[in-house]
Design a protein around this ligand. Structure first.
Ligand code: URA
Length: 236
């Protein structure tokens, strides 16, 4: 059960102030009867809420896959930069947030939701959720580099900070190596710090997999879509 004004504001009918006004004006009905109290408790699943003739059904959680472009920050608001939430056009809810962070210059898969429980589970260090990145790095990735990544390494630069074993695959050899790296943790700037620890620099980074989710290749940079039923079922 939630307050009527919250119900309407969550569903994008208006701001809290605007929906309170609509309620006061007698424009909102709950189960057929005009309701003039903003704090009236309604059942999100069962109550029939109408504004004028329009039925407003309640959706508790929303889940979006975003193909994050470089240049936007993984935050809910920022004074200087555009955020990943600014890209979710037509967004009505105010409680959406990105699950985890990608650096400003990193592209790729980011889950946006308002489901705090799911976010907590996906980000929990105990769960070892897979994250796969495609990277282009300056220098040659050798069998020895692959072994170092698999063994786990100290990326602490002075104060010890060890990584778990990570799977590094070379996609294309060269002066710039193209690789795929799968991690089961998400330390701050982890991919860049791992390559730095072996004397290499990440030139380009894109996340392709996050848990059971794989970046939809038909999404252009900056585009987003709702998760499909199937993706959601696997994720939950
Ligand atoms: N590792 C990084 O270094 N940056 C990211 O954005 C994600 C993982």
């Amino acid at each position: 059960m939630i307050r009527l004004d919250k119900y309407l504001a969550d569903m994008g009918v208006g701001t809290r102030t605007e929906v309170k006004r609509l309620i006061r004006q007698g424009k909102v009905r709950v189960d057929g009867a005009v309701e003039k109290s903003a704090d009236k408790k309604v059942d999100e699943c069962r109550s029939l809420v109408k504004v004028g003739e329009k039925e407003i059904s309640y959706v508790r959680y929303e889940y979006y896959m975003l193909n994050k472009p470089a240049g936007v920050v993984s935050a809910t608001d920022d004074r200087r930069d555009r955020t990943v939430l600014d890209l979710i056009e037509g967004r009505k809810r105010k409680d959406l947030f990105p699950v985890g962070r990608l650096d400003k210059d990193t592209e790729g898969l980011l889950l946006i939701t308002n489901d705090g429980g799911l976010a907590h589970r996906l980000l929990s260090p105990k769960r070892h959720v897979d994250k796969t990145y495609y990277a282009e790095v300056k220098g040659r990735v050798t069998a020895e580099t692959v072994r170092q990544f698999a063994a786990g390494m100290d990326i602490g630069e002075g104060r010890e900070e060890w990584t778990m074993p990570a799977k590094l695959k070379v996609v294309q050899e060269g002066e710039v190596s193209r690789v795929r790296l799968t991690l089961q943790e998400g330390k701050y700037h982890q991919v860049k710090r791992m390559f730095r620890a072996v004397g290499m620099e990440v030139l380009y980074l894109r996340r392709e997999v996050f848990g059971t989710l794989t970046l939809d290749e038909s999404l252009s940079l900056g585009d987003f879509r709702k998760l499909t039923e199937e993706e959601l079922e696997l994720l939950l």
